[in-house]
Write a protein that binds this ligand. Structure first.
Ligand code: ZN
Length: 279
């Protein structure tokens, strides 16, 4: 009996020279359970957002009795940098107790572990007479560095002393009394105002220069609100009603925000009407 080869039907699809049906089945793999131990957990393998969240949970719940925070900072440079960026994000320096000396936080060269390079928002409360000169000297350069080499974005300055009493200018200073001072009005006109002669002196004028020439993205200036009508009404936001302030409508707040651009425009280059030998 003769056998004939089967003629392939037209519907049989061919791939290459052999049909699928003729392909050998792939060898079955044996199941291997996943390994339970993959080596030590790498903290830095986590995305930055998760690392920040973990560090915030540790750092923001910190209290003075918890020494773990110190150990965290001492782990390595990389952990220090990430932890410091959270810990020093907002810093408040109350310098009212410092008499003519700079705050150690803002002095010294900026190094890889200097805390001030991590500050984004810095608030300094200071006494006018004792410390305003620092902005024309060491504070000026320190703050400039904190922008160029660090993260500083916002500087809040709070003049803590009242105006213009002995706490403000110093009780024995001859500049504490008010005098007729020639200034430039907001529209560029020449004005004479009653103000302490101190605003014509180098430390105050250098402070205005610092405000005007600083590279800090945002500066906010506050003064004591209690007696602002004696001097600062010229420089704060106008009342929406257009009424004259007289120190009443905004005095509920402890501090008053000053439009420092107006302060610079009006008081820069201020001169006493009657020059004396010490001017
Ligand atoms: Zn006012």
């Amino acid at each position: 009996m003769k056998t004939r080869p089967v003629k392939p039907s037209r519907t049989m699809k061919r791939f290459g020279s052999r049909s699928i049906a003729l392909r050998p089945k792939p060898a079955q793999k044996t199941y291997t359970p996943p390994k339970c131990w993959n080596g030590p957990f790498e903290f830095f393998n986590l995305p930055p957002e998760l690392r920040d969240h973990i560090l915030e949970l540790i750092i923001l719940d910190w209290d003075t009795h918890n020494r773990d925070i110190v150990h965290l900072f001492l782990t390595c440079h990389r952990i220090y940098a990430e932890a410091a960026a959270i810990f020093y994000r907002e810093v408040y320096l109350d310098n009212m107790h410092l008499r003519g000396t700079a705050d150690p936080f803002l002095t010294g060269t900026i190094t890889r572990v200097a805390p001030r390079q991590y500050v984004q928002t810095l608030t300094i409360r200071f006494a006018m007479k004792d410390q305003i000169y620092l902005f024309g000297e060491s504070y000026g350069s320190a703050l400039r560095e904190m922008v160029e080499e660090g993260k500083l974005q916002r500087l809040q300055l709070e003049i803590g002393s009242r105006f213009p009493n002995f706490e403000f200018w110093g009780i024995e200073d001859e500049t504490s009394s008010c005098d007729d001072i020639r200034v430039t009005g907001k529209q560029g006109e020449k004005l004479v105002i009653s103000a302490p002669r101190y605003i014509t002196k180098t430390p105050f004028q250098n402070f205005l220069k610092f405000l005007e020439e600083s590279n800090i993205p945002k500066i906010v200036l506050y003064v004591d609100a209690d007696d602002h009508s004696k001097f600062w009404c010229l420089f704060h936001r106008a009342h929406p009603s257009g009424k004259r302030c007289e120190g009443e409508w905004i005095s509920a707040t402890r501090v008053l925000r000053i439009q420092w651009q107006s302060l610079v425009k009006v008081l820069k280059g201020a001169q006493p009407v009657k020059p004396t030998k010490d001017c």
